[in-house]
Design a protein around this ligand. Structure first.
Ligand code: GLC
Length: 558
């Protein structure tokens, strides 16, 4: 029996429907889940495997699991590559991508538990032979869309187990809820055992803990639940506790005056110093999405209820703050341009004391007449005007962006196509930081020189996020165009991690080849375009009541 069956607090599939009103949640009695699926008994993970199977298996062929039998949206070919639903043969690149993705699967005790970051042959492997939590997300979505949830379930349970490890950097102990950035399966051929090694930031360059990992974990748990209809995994006491621990880290009270989450530089996909410390959009959007997913997954038992109340309050405040202060369009830009400074009072218009002189030249040209985006960062006397891809797409998918804002983000992508998509979708951020600013802001990072890597490089993985956002906004043709651009060279170039140059024309200076999330991102984009119903896994509709309340607010700027 699943942990919560028999209680009237369990999750229902209805709760996972998109059109969800989290304002009502506090008093809403949850329905019993009518459909239960067998769950793998993964609760006891010995970190040592008696099987001695190689940690990486070259060919992912295997038996279909029980879960696959209940949810198999695509027609399979003999090699388990989905066939196009319109009956046409898939693009050759699509077949190649599936084959490559299977080669990256990592096994622990004969069970698939993730995919390695890159199947790179170069000597300088660094940590690309590890399973990164954030990198696994597009792989996981591809497997879910292909009716193969087993690897996703194992990954969720394995990383959950790692969360309970004691984490220390020198003599300092990290918060209980911190999820690893990555892990690796080590095989000892002599003893025929397998062990897991995880990195929570204590080995990472710069020693930063990944704030995004926990958020991705919750988002993926919801995607798994939504895709399979199997709520028993999320209902397990271990998963409920895992979520509570993650949330305890980011909902704790401190000296904050903003509902946004204060972060160190390098704590997400951009994992090196890039001047994103403070309140980066990438984290705020993931935070919002994870909170909304947690609301759907947390059981309303004694512990859950209290947390649910806190989440609801935070969501109110966070969406108000983000939609009001992070939003930039032409009108708002003009307002900032005319701001008065040094206003002391509750009625201040320029609440954060932003100096109009700090407006960069480029933003005046970049801002289209129609369109807008969420700023990179907003804090005291600080506005980072850079455009960040992940944050803006996740804002659309989580409905942090209103429908009007979502449309405006799409308008911006269309009107700044050359800058943001160019020869390879999509810029991780725009524009690059150059010369003296680069020296100060990146600390002279030679990997992040202008228009390279995290500093304005183009990352093919972002294709899936843009595609999902386009479908949500009802503009799939934009995604189709971007995919066509990628198809011109991505496979030929060997699936690089990133491209360099103003328009993304060059394979990145130190980009890995056969980067798994470049492959998986492409697959997810293709599968979603072909069957837009997959979008539900990774998208949440706007909360209707929230819309009314925020629209009534006098500070509403959009
Ligand atoms: C780099 C990227 C990071 C990614 C990792 C593995 O460190 O900056 O986002 O997770 O490589 O691909």
């Amino acid at each position: 029996m699943s942990a919560a069956s028999g209680q009237n607090t369990s999750l229902s599939n209805g709760d996972l429907d998109n059109d969800f009103d989290f304002f009502k949640l506090q008093d809403k009695p949850k329905l019993l889940n009518l459909e239960r699926h067998k769950s793998l008994d993964e609760r006891s993970f010995a970190e040592v495997s008696p099987h001695g199977r190689s940690s990486r298996v070259e060919n992912g062929q295997r038996q279909k699991s029980f879960d696959e039998c209940i949810s198999s949206p695509s027609k399979m070919t003999s090699s388990n590559t989905p066939r196009s639903q319109n009956g046409l043969e898939p693009h050759p690149m699509f077949i190649e991508a599936w084959e490559s993705l299977r080669k990256t699967m990592v096994y622990f005790r004969s069970q698939p538990v993730g995919t390695i970051a890159a199947l790179d042959n170069s000597d300088e492997k660094l940590n690309y032979d590890q399973v990164f939590v954030r990198d696994f997300v597009p792989s996981a979505l591809a497997f879910l869309m292909n009716g193969e949830p087993e690897i996703v379930k194992n990954f969720l349970l394995k990383t959950l187990r790692l969360q309970s490890w004691e984490k220390k950097i020198d003599r300092f102990q990290l918060g209980e809820g911190v999820m690893p950035a990555s892990f690796k399966v080590l095989h000892d051929p002599v003893r025929n055992t397998e062990t897991i090694m995880a990195d929570f930031g204590e080995s990472a360059i710069g020693r930063v803990a990944p704030v995004d990992s926990g958020f991705w974990w919750i988002i993926l748990l919801r995607a798994y639940t939504k895709s399979t209809g199997d709520a028993s995994l999320a209902e397990m006491p271990e998963c409920q506790k895992g979520m509570r621990l993650i949330l305890a880290l980011c909902l704790s009270e401190g000296f904050d005056t903003f509902p946004t989450l204060l972060c160190a530089d390098g704590c997400s996909m951009i994992d090196r110093r890039m001047g994103v410390y403070g309140y980066p959009i990438e984290i705020q959007a993931l935070f919002f999405m994870a909170l909304r997913c947690a609301l759907l997954l947390l059981k309303q038992d004694v512990q859950g209820k209290e947390l649910i109340n806190r989440i609801v309050k935070r969501l109110h405040a966070l969406s108000f703050h983000m939609r009001s202060y992070f939003w930039l369009d032409m009108k708002h830009l003009n307002d900032i341009y005319r701001y008065k400074t040094e206003e002391y009072s509750h009625t201040a218009v320029n609440k954060f004391n932003v100096m109009p002189d700090s407006l960069p030249e480029w933003v005046f040209d970049f801002m289209p007449t129609q369109g807008g985006y969420f700023l990179g960062n907003v804090g005291p006397s600080n506005m980072d005007f850079r455009w960040f891809c992940l944050g803006n797409c996740v804002a659309i998918l989580s409905s942090l962006a209103t429908p009007e804002q979502s449309t405006a983000i799409m308008d911006l992508i269309e009107s700044r196509w050359d800058e943001l998509v160019g020869n390879m979708p999509v810029k991780v951020c725009y524009p690059a930081i150059e010369s003296h600013d680069w020296r100060i802001i990146t600390g002279c990072d030679p990997k992040n020189t202008r228009w390279s890597y995290h500093n304005g490089g183009s990352w093919p993985v972002l294709l899936w996020l843009v595609t999902a956002a386009c479908i949500k906004v009802g503009r799939p043709q934009i995604a189709r165009r971007a995919i066509e651009v990628a198809e011109l060279r991505l496979a030929k170039d060997g699936w690089p991690e990133y491209y360099d140059g103003k328009n993304g024309r060059y394979i990145g200076k130190q980009a890995r080849k056969h980067q798994t999330w470049s492959i998986a991102g492409y697959l997810v984009a293709k599968m979603m375009l072909e069957d837009p119903s997959h979008l539900g896994m990774i998208s949440l509709e706007e909360d209707k009541q929230m819309k009314t309340i925020i629209k009534r607010s006098s500070s509403w700027t959009c």
